[in-house]
Design a protein around this ligand. Structure first.
Ligand code: 5GP
Ligand code: ZN
Length: 114
């Protein structure tokens, strides 16, 4: 998708600090971390949002969620715990329209989120 910042990261056109990659997903450190560990997990294929998911995306989404634990292990928070969050829409503060999971950890996380 032209002009999509995460598609450019997937294509290697914009640098990112990679944590994990496989044939379907990429995980990299958030440029503006909200916790000591803040990693974004994105599908390589452009999907606009959680709100745009279809049945055809089920396999890649399952794969993305299954990647969270290995990503947490690589980022050093699997034992201490972590949170996986998808933002949708204005009230959640969505900024990038390429589907991404935030994996946050490395400190005690308050609940509910602010
Ligand atoms: P959203 O609010 O859309 O759920 O989150 C988008 C996230 O992407 C934000 O946490 C923001 O800091 C991060 N981000 C935006 N642009 C870049 C970038 O160019 N590189 C990286 N690594 N993260 C980015
Ligand atoms: Zn994209």
């Amino acid at each position: 998708m032209p002009d999509c910042i995460f598609c450019k990261i997937v294509a290697g056109q914009i640098p990112a600090k990679l944590v994990y990659q496989d044939e379907q997903v990429l995980a990299f450190h958030d440029i503006s971390p909200g916790a000591p560990v803040h990693v974004l997990i994105v599908p390589r294929r452009h999907i606009e949002s959680l709100a745009a998911l279809t049945e055809e995306d089920a396999a890649v989404m399952g794969h993305l969620l299954a990647a969270a634990e290995p990503v947490a292990q690589l980022a050093g928070v699997a034992a201490s715990g972590y949170r996986v969050v998808f933002n949708v829409g204005r009230d959640a503060g969505i900024a990038v329209y390429h589907l991404h999971a935030h994996l946050l950890g490395g400190r005690k996380l308050s609940w509910p989120p602010g």
